[in-house]
Write a protein that binds this ligand. Structure first.
Ligand SMILES: C[S@@+](CC[C@H](N)C(=O)[O-])C[C@H]1O[C@@H](n2cnc3c(N)ncnc32)[C@H](O)[C@@H]1O
Length: 425
């Protein structure tokens, strides 16, 4: 039987349809938002429509608990978590209440996504909330499960700081190729420097900034810039494990190390190659799985920026607030343990090993290093010194660094864990 002809979507609807697919990918399938983008926006020709779908989904994820509270306040019976009507309402409401879309456009472009009874419900709930003049709270609320987990690990202040951190777009941190030129670049870019080799801007269109084309700097959160700095300066050999897209490879090479960069993802290594070419440094680049690859000889310095739950980068990737569950964290921690054991075997006697994760989960940071040390008596912590950190951060008593939301003010920082170890000579 021939398929009935489908009516083409009205203008504006494809972007909302893609936003719905993105929310579904993150919330029901547990995929990272960025990973779902290609598929969800397939067939959308205009780049601004693809960008709109991304912006709607990201903002809905940032505001999800508050959007759901509004929806629940206007429905006689709670809608199931995965009901299409709830997804459609989240998309309509976040546009009207947070993205500045006129309410009539926000609802008109969402109604075609639902049929029948649910369509009436979406229309009715959106209308009721609009008549009540409802607003979203100024400071977003974290999802319960994440708040409970972080509360147990870090306490109330960190929850408050994390909620404030998602209330405003994060600033743009740059790492400079030439640490000695920090004052000049801060001036030329109109930014503020919070440590040598760093400039912070409120926001900007990166390729248009002075210094981008010539490779004078690259974008890197201030906390993410610490692991490579803690290995100090070359000369010597450095292994950058899990290196792509190369933020730390560039730092190490600019600090005088002879770098071998390895990563399992060929696509991400393409970006690493572009990055090192733009910033005029060289590195040996290897596509490989650190769980199976072995270097020909040990190195003076080894950096393991391990794959992790990435919960520390929730400001730019709000999907982690929802899709990272305890099972995901446990799986990442098990991989990190194996990677760390292999990395340790490649450190020369007397050499340094830095372990880092952009995670706010102790099992991917503190617990990992405690376990490692108990099984590797030839390694010890080389405590990080206060003067190696930007103001606002301090080394922990055990000598490692635990970057928590809001330590650097204003503008904040990503969550990170960094430990520097030294192998007995
Ligand atoms: C946190 S990111 C690295 C960021 C990078 N160090 C930087 O500063 O730009 C983690 C990387 O680990 C890579 N990866 C994950 N599992 C791996 C494995 N078993 N072997 C090698 N690379 C792996 C991923 O492809 C990803 O690029």
């Amino acid at each position: 039987m021939a398929k009935p002809p489908t009516t083409p979507d009205a203008p504006g609807v494809p972007a909302r349809r893609a936003a719905l697919k993105l929310l579904d990918a993150v919330l029901r399938q547990g995929l990272p938002l960025e990973a779902a983008l290609g598929r969800a926006t397939q067939g959308i020709e205009r780049a601004d429509d693809r960008a709109l779908a991304h912006a709607i989904a990201a903002e809905a994820l940032r505001r999800l608990p508050d959007l759901d509270a509004l929806i629940d306040s206007a429905t006689p019976r709670a809608l199931p978590e995965d009901a299409k009507a709830r997804f459609a309402l989240r998309i309509a409401l976040v546009q009207a209440l947070s993205l500045g879309t006129p309410p009539h456009a926000a609802i008109a472009t969402v109604l075609p996504l639902v049929d029948g009874g649910p369509r009436k419900l979406v229309h009715g709930v959106f209308g009721a909330l609009s008549r009540r003049g409802e607003q979203l709270p100024e400071i977003p609320t974290l999802p319960d499960a994440t708040a409970l987990r972080w509360h147990a690990a870090w306490g109330d202040d960190v929850i408050e700081a994390a909620e404030h951190a998602i209330a405003a777009p994060p600033p743009l941190d740059l790492t400079l190729a030439d640490v000695g030129a920090t004052a000049r670049w801060a001036d030329d870019l109109g930014g503020t420097s919070l440590m040598p080799g760093h400039v912070r801007l409120e926001s900007a269109h990166v390729p248009e900034l002075p210094g981008f084309e010539e490779g004078a700097w690259w974008v890197q959160d201030i906390a993410a810039a610490l692991p490579a700095r803690l290995l100090g300066k070359g000369p010597g050999t450095a292994l950058d494990l899990c290196a792509a897209p190369g933020g730390k490879t560039m730092q190490l090479a600019h600090a005088g190390w002879q770098v071998t960069a390895i990563d399992a993802s060929e696509a991400r290594l393409g970006r690493l190659r572009d990055n090192i070419a733009r910033t005029h440094v060289t590195a040996r680049v290897i596509t490989g799985d650190v769980l199976h690859w072995t270097p020909q000889e040990p190195a003076d310095a080894v950096l393991l920026d391990a794959p992790c739950s990435a919960t520390g980068i929730f400001r730019r990737h709000p999907d982690v607030l929802h899709r990272v569950r305890p099972s995901v964290i446990a799986q990442m921690a098990a991989t990190q343990m194996k990677l760390l054991a292999r990395a340790a075997g490649w450190v020369k006697p007397g050499g340094r090993l830095v372990y880092a994760t952009c995670s706010l989960e102790p099992s991917e940071g503190e617990r990992q290093i405690e376990d490692f040390l108990s099984g590797h008596p030839d390694f010890a912590i080389e405590p990080v010194r206060q003067e190696e950190l930007p103001s606002g951060m301090a080394p922990e008593e055990r000598g490692w660094v635990r970057a928590l939301p809001g330590q650097i003010s204003p503008g904040g920082n990503n969550g990170f864990f960094i430990a520097r170890l030294v192998r007995a000579a």
